[in-house]
Design a protein around this ligand. Structure first.
Ligand SMILES: Nc1nc2c(c(=O)[nH]1)N[C@H]1C(S)=C(S)[C@@H](COP(=O)(O)O)O[C@H]1N2
Ligand SMILES: [Mo]
Length: 168
């Protein structure tokens, strides 16, 4: 009887918690865009093996830059000049935070990919890591790979100036 009640409660709560899986992105001009897990799942997927202190797992998810693009972050040809001063602050529900430079998230700038993983070894991330974990391919330490990611902030730390020139 008690088990039946628990199962019924789980059946009601499970879809609700799945819906709650989203990430809030604050753009450099202050606008906040919420990207849901379903939207993250629809973006082009990347996967690679990541070695954290000898523990190897295959992480899968979209490029973090593609997720940030949904909040208006400059990508491709627009990621040049003053946009290079954009910092990306990744925040987790336990208070942990890591900072990336926007340009290092760009596959046109660096070969190593940084993804917003929603799967590890083919399964959805567990409660310790998920719903989202930023994973930085090629990092020799796992410290920048933030688990429990709930929000991301893009902050332009530059002056908006520089010397114009014909290429990046
Ligand atoms: N949310 C969150 N992510 C985090 C951390 C943390 O404290 N909180 N610690 C980082 C550090 S310093 C390490 S070494 C790895 C540890 O990952 P593990 O607990 O999966 O081994 O997570 C990284 N990501
Ligand atoms: Mo660490």
């Amino acid at each position: 009887m008690r088990l039946a009640v628990l199962l019924a409660a789980a059946a009601i709560l499970a879809p609700a918690s799945a819906l709650a899986q989203s990430i809030a992105i604050k753009g450099s001009t202050g606008q906040i865009v919420t990207v849901t897990a379903a939207e993250v799942a629809k973006l082009p997927r990347v996967s690679f093996l990541f070695d954290a202190h000898g523990q190897k797992h295959t992480y899968e998810g979209p490029l973090l830059l593609d997720v940030l693009a949904k909040a208006g972050a400059p990508t491709g040809k627009d990621l040049h000049g003053p946009a290079l001063a954009n910092a990306v602050v990744v925040r987790a529900s336990d208070g942990y935070a890591v900072v990336y430079g926007l340009a290092e998230l760009d596959p046109g700038t660096r070969a190593n990919r940084v993804i917003l993983a929603d799967k590890a070894d083919g399964a959805a991330l567990d409660a310790k890591d998920g719903p989202f974990k930023v994973v930085a391919e090629g990092d020799l330490r796992p410290a920048r790979s933030a688990r429990l990611v709930t929000s991301i902030e893009i902050v332009n730390l530059g002056s908006g100036r520089g010397t114009p020139h014909s290429h990046d």
